[in-house]
Design a binder for this molecule. Structure first.
Ligand code: SAH
Length: 254
């Protein structure tokens, strides 16, 4: 089968974060699929068809892109950040697993991108310098009690925790509940980073101690990083603080 589907990560926003592989793949595509605001970031090229969709229909979007590729076209499906992190690459795999047999014969490429937690971390120092994990706070696709169990496990095991999808219009209370949950395990002084719209003109990155961390500071474009007991803040005069998690655990070095 001659069809090709590339699932392309666009990075967090700034064009400088787009990899050369992503740029080449987008340039060579005959059809572009993706959530409308992401698709808007891709330069318009003559002869390329564009198929924007709304956010709620990931499975349908994956199926539409696969169906188009199965007709022999070169199709690119775009995601913000990295397509494998809470995004379209898994949706494509799920669609292939349950879809028609001929989708399994398609040439499928996943083009990685800089995910939000790496872009946010880089703005403030090295909070992911030692063991960390990433959780989506969206309980659209999993039950809230599972999220709470994972927060308990991660915080009590000493992981730095990156929180994707902290809030949305339909999910206003989840971040507040998650912050309350990790307070059971972590010191009041644990640094919490709010990285908003990283790599975009309205970027804001803030660090605050856990006991005053305010969930209302986050919106849908915010990535939250909750430090571990090892995470430290270096205050600097006239410069933003540096937040880091040392590469040697205190217990190992003691
Ligand atoms: N595939 C994406 C994540 C999709 S989930 C990636 O790899 O980055 C969507 C969530 O990602 C948002 O709710 C937010 O938590 C985070 N996010 C995406 N872009 C961001 C940005 N530019 N700045 C901060 N957080 C971002």
């Amino acid at each position: 089968m001659s069809g090709h589907l590339a699932v392309v990560g666009l990075g967090p926003g700034d064009r400088r974060y787009l990899t050369r592989q992503a740029e080449e793949t987008l340039g060579g595509a005959e059809a572009l699929y993706g959530y409308a605001p992401y698709l808007e970031r891709v330069a318009v090229r003559i002869g390329q068809s564009r198929h924007p969709s709304n956010n709620r229909e990931e499975g349908m979007r994956a199926a539409a892109a696969l169906g188009h590729a199965a007709q022999g076209a070169r199709v690119a499906l775009v995601s913000g950040g990295d397509p494998g992190v809470f995004a379209m690459a898994a949706a494509v795999c799920e669609a292939v697993a349950s879809g028609p047999e001929n989708w399994r014969a398609l040439d499928i490429t996943i083009v990685p991108g800089i995910t939000a937690m790496l872009a946010a971390a880089a703005r403030i120092g090295a909070p992911l310098g030692h063991d960390f994990c990433a959780l989506s706070l969206s309980d659209n696709l999993k039950p809230w009690d599972l999220i709470e169990r994972r927060l308990d496990a991660a915080a009590s095991a000493g992981f730095v925790i990156a929180l994707y999808n902290p809030v949305s219009r339909a999910r206003p209370w989840q971040l507040g509940a998650a912050i309350a949950r990790v307070r059971r395990h972590l010191a009041a002084t644990t640094p919490v980073i709010f990285g908003r719209a990283v790599g975009r003109p309205d970027e804001e990155v803030e660090v605050t101690p856990l006991h005053v961390a305010d969930a209302t500071k986050a919106d849908m474009a915010t990535l939250v990083i909750i430090g571990s007991p090892e995470t430290r803040v270096i205050e600097r005069r006239g410069l933003p603080p540096l937040v880091y998690t040392p590469r040697t655990s205190a217990r190992v070095s003691a």
